[in-house]
Design a protein around this ligand. Structure first.
Ligand code: HEM
Length: 452
């Protein structure tokens, strides 16, 4: 390796001084895909003076995430930028031994058996949401799903039924997420209007107050309910230096933020996709009728609903809520015959990989059938990674898979939401891929379900 000179793959020249900053900032979705179409396997883009490497092949994803994860850290963690400014020392934004130790500590809360026990809370809260809806009315599905998934995550992980607070918390998260802190991973600076900055600060305060109250109340009650909060407090009690209150706060913030934002986007985009693809919708409703016939779904029903699983997998392929990940090399490394220098930031993008024509054939088609057991076997590892891969794979993956299936099946039994005519659906690719102006949908009653 020492004999190979340090190099970076070719890429666009960009503008003087700022390089490709504007493309990166204002039209990343199109820009990322164009890079792959134009440069193929890899490309280097300059954001100011900072080179950013893009890797577009499934084997690259495996190289970074599963085969050599220890050589790569998250860039924002290293220099206190991006998500780190918001999430502090939570699981998403720490690296190395510290990350491994903290992940081991909270992992039991996400074991399958434990997550399975949340199923009835998920369907109960979904039914309560449905009960608050009126046939024919128009709702913003994005905020409805936000309130529902926030309520589920705070109840299951922290044993708090925060129905009164979820709307307020939802607004607070919206304000924080839609105006990220000034310094981002790629060191660009965005100046938001003062009112937006103020809303973000106010949102941050609301979230902090909620979390510190949660810690205070649980400590005062001195009860061990076996949930994530108890695990964190017990760890602190037994080994006070293992965790400060700020770290407990950061863990809770991370779980609440990561745990609802992605699931909410999944559900909003899936309802949208179903409203645009009547054949898929009809096939899914038929499966729901056959398996459930009006019953509330349970854990045991899910293996009998392969099409539901296909719809959600395809939704994660089509509109991945986590649409790109970033890594920074600790040491020089060699990939595709090039020696890439330490410190290089690499982007791995679900948005691009999930759309490669040589892998998917017809990526532009929303086709849940591609997830039939026989077809899915031919998808190469690394081509599909909505939850990341390797040791840093999403800790909440099983939770999200269970939640999205149960919520979709429960809601679709009562309502088949239809996009409001002339609704303006626009991507907002921030930390997650959100619908910028929400998801206005008309609640049409489901008349296809015949209870048996
Ligand atoms: C559709 C739902 C979800 C999607 C698409 C998703 C996606 C992801 C992705 C791509 C990563 C890896 C990030 C990276 O390595 O750079 C990740 C990590 C993480 N996710 Fe999720 N997530 C979802 C749901 C959840 C839920 C429900 C929770 C919590 C209950 C959660 C908590 C986390 C945490 C704590 C990490 C950091 C794990 C670590 O670094 O060890 N996520 N998620």
């Amino acid at each position: 390796m020492a004999s190979t000179p340090v190099t970076l793959p070719a890429g666009p020249k960009g503008l003087p001084v700022i390089g490709s900053l504007l493309d990166f900032q204002y039209r990343p979705l199109r820009f990322f895909r164009e890079l792959e179409q134009h440069y193929g396997r890899m490309a280097t883009v300059y954001v100011g003076k900072q080179p950013v490497l893009f890797c577009f092949r499934p084997e690259h994803i495996r190289y970074f995430l599963t085969e050599n994860p220890r050589n790569f850290v998250k860039p924002g963690n290293a220099n206190d930028t991006g998500l780190k400014l918001f999430l502090g020392e939570g699981l998403l934004t720490i690296d190395g031994d510290h990350h491994r130790q903290q992940r081991r500590l909270v992992q039991p809360a996400f074991h399958k058996l434990r997550v399975d026990s949340y199923a009835s809370t998920m369907t109960r809260y979904a039914q309560e949401t449905i009960a608050s809806w009126r046939p024919g009315s128009v709702v913003n599905m994005a905020s409805e799903m936000q309130a529902l998934t926030l309520r589920i995550i705070t109840k299951t992980l922290f044993n708090v039924d925060s129905i009164k607070q979820t709307k307020q918390l939802g607004h607070a998260f919206d304000a924080v997420i839609s105006s990220p802190p000034r310094r981002s991973v790629i060191t660009s600076r965005i100046n938001f209007p003062l009112a937006t900055e103020r809303a973000r600060e106010e949102g941050s305060r609301t979230i902090d107050t909620f979390i510190y109250n949660l810690i205070k109340q649980r400590r005062e009650s001195d009860s061990d309910t076996g949930d994530v909060l108890s695990m964190l407090l017990q760890a602190q009690k037994h080994e006070p230096e293992s965790m400060t209150d700020t770290q407990i706060h950061d863990h809770i913030l991370t779980f609440v933020a990561a745990g609802h934002e992605t699931a909410q986007n999944t559900l909003s985009w899936t309802f949208y996709l179903l409203s645009q693809h009547p054949h898929v919708r009809a096939k899914l409703l038929a499966e729901i009728q056959t398996v459930l016939a009006g019953r509330v779904p349970t854990l045991e029903d899910l293996p009998n609903m392969p099409y539901l699983e296909g719809v959600i997998n395809e939704s994660w392929r089509f509109y991945p809520p986590a649409w790109r990940q970033a890594r920074m090399a600790r040491e020089d490394f060699e990939l595709d015959g090039q020696r890439i220098p330490a410190g290089t930031i690499t982007i791995l993008s679900q948005w691009v990989l999930h759309n490669l024509p040589d892998v998917w054939g017809d990526p532009e088609n929303f086709r849940p059938e591609r997830w039939d057991k026989r077809n899915a076997q031919s998808i190469p590892q690394g081509a599909y990674f909505p939850f990341g891969l390797g040791p840093r794979i999403c800790i909440g993956m099983t939770f999200a898979q269970l939640e999205t299936k149960l919520l979709l099946a429960t809601i679709l039994q009562s309502y088949v939401p239809q996009l409001k005519p002339r609704a303006h659906i626009v991507f907002q690719p921030l930390v997650t891929l959100r619908p910028k102006y929400g998801m206005p949908m008309r609640l049409e009653e489901n008349n296809t379900i015949i209870p048996v």
